[in-house]
Unconditional design. Sequence first.
Length: 97
Amino acid sequence: MGGTIAVLLAARYAHLVGRVALQRSAVAAAGTEVRGVLERHAVPRAYLHPEVDGSVPGAEALRAAGVRVRAVPECGHHNMLDSPEGFARAVAEALRT
């Protein structure tokens, strides 16, 4: 889970971290079963995915657990790098709701 948090912080404060550090954090987070973590915690949560992927398998289970599922436009799976503005908008929207 720490890798996931590092990725989120790096996306917010990109000027403090290089792309290599961000990639390292993302790789570390890959070993975490993020969906299970999202479903178990009772804090505001969001699952961001590339818009081009269409509907996300398991999205209804995430929503049922109170997770906000948001699409990030014009990006691949490195959404905070591929579309920083779209990523920021998706995060802001998730925080508002």
